[in-house]
Design a protein around this ligand. Sequence first.
Ligand code: EPZ
Length: 433
Amino acid sequence: MNMTSHRLITQARRVELDSIIVKGGPVLSGTVSTSGAKNAALPVLFSALLADGTHRFTRVPVLRDIDSTHQLLEALGCRLERNGTDVTIEVAPPGEPVAHYDLVRKMRASILCLGPLLTRYGEARVSLPGGCAIGSRPIDLHVETMRKLGAEVEIDQGYVIARAKRLVGERILFEKLTVGGTENALMAAVLARGTTVIENAAKEPEVVDLVHYLRAMGAQIEGEGTSVITIDGVDELHPASHAIVADRIEAGTLLIAGAITGGEVTVDRCVPQHLEALTDKMQDCGFHIETGSDSITVGATDSWTGTDISTSPYPGFPTDLQAQFMALMTQAQGTSVVTEGIFENRFMHVQELVRLGADITPMRQVAVVRGDRGGLSGADVMATDLRASASLVLAGLVAKGETRVNRIYHLDRGYEKLEKKLASLGADIQRVR
Ligand code: EPZ
């Protein structure tokens, strides 16, 4: 293992024990900038495996999930240079196209190397990711897609083993909409022989950003952002360069941080139209929202009403903002009904919010939130997954006294220096070891 990976692992071990302490009270105000999107950077970085040579990326967020991707790409024969948010990847054929369990278990998105490895090298062995806090999160649709494109795929000793002389374009209809499944299908199809049509494709902006990079590498793709994407396979791709799209989930989290404290906050370097489902709901609650070309401002207010949300695929209300919005609803006047329509177990934050004094009744996929401004009081709480951690930090901004969010390595997987960004808006927040 080279020094870089060793340093990353040591650093990661050290960070495991970090907590965040936030003191409730300050009304946030000011402007804060959005980083590049984690969920776009991950598939885009893995897509570099499709072409040898030097790929250059900017606005890659500095996150633990990017560290994990770095380690996995190095294990697959790539050489990475990272300078802040600039990443250069030198791609060469891997000794063996294998993504080992010890790397995949840390980040389930590692399954996104299956499509590129299989279509480029005719073979891929990728460890099964295992479940995670928010649900079983199977990869059956990913496996089915590779079989439909002509691969022999077996599951053996915890690994997906896929082989194909050359994938052949096919019609792929996803009976269940899947972001990662769509991304793996895209990356497999770009070097397949013939045309692939993906139906019921995911329309998320991160999928669109991946298509932008695949096209920059010479792929022939039409229809991104709609539910039907057509790919005409080519024989070879070439490396290119790309700026990662803004992170709509981070932007939404920062907007809610301003809103929950009743302050006026502008989030810039974002794509307002990617956040319409959130801003529409915030306006329903009585927040004043102003959008610029690359910014959204939430106006100061001292009271807002509850509203109901139900998470669904883009352009619906994003499941990745459900926990954060629930924290906001604990401070609303009146009752809100939150329905989680994507994952089977994404209410891990509920019990922790209840520890802070929130009045929330979870019933399987639905949680009833009875708003009660000023009703929260600080306590020690436990982060369980990435977005639940953010929800607890947001609640801590308005809880009386001190809230200590433990195990914030979950937070570091998907938020670049969240505590620094919130402190720049006036939050009384710090990271402690
Ligand atoms: C992506 O996960 C995101 N992760 C998730 O963000 C996000 O919550 C999710 O899409 C939904 O928007 C990345 O992009 C790295 P799916 P993904 O395949 O691709 C089921 C975050 O917090 N399913 O769209 O794994 C699955 O169990 C993370 O940043 C199958 O049944 O999500 C889920 O119920 C969390 N079989 C539903 O489909 C499969 O083969 C949607 O999953 C694949 C998925």
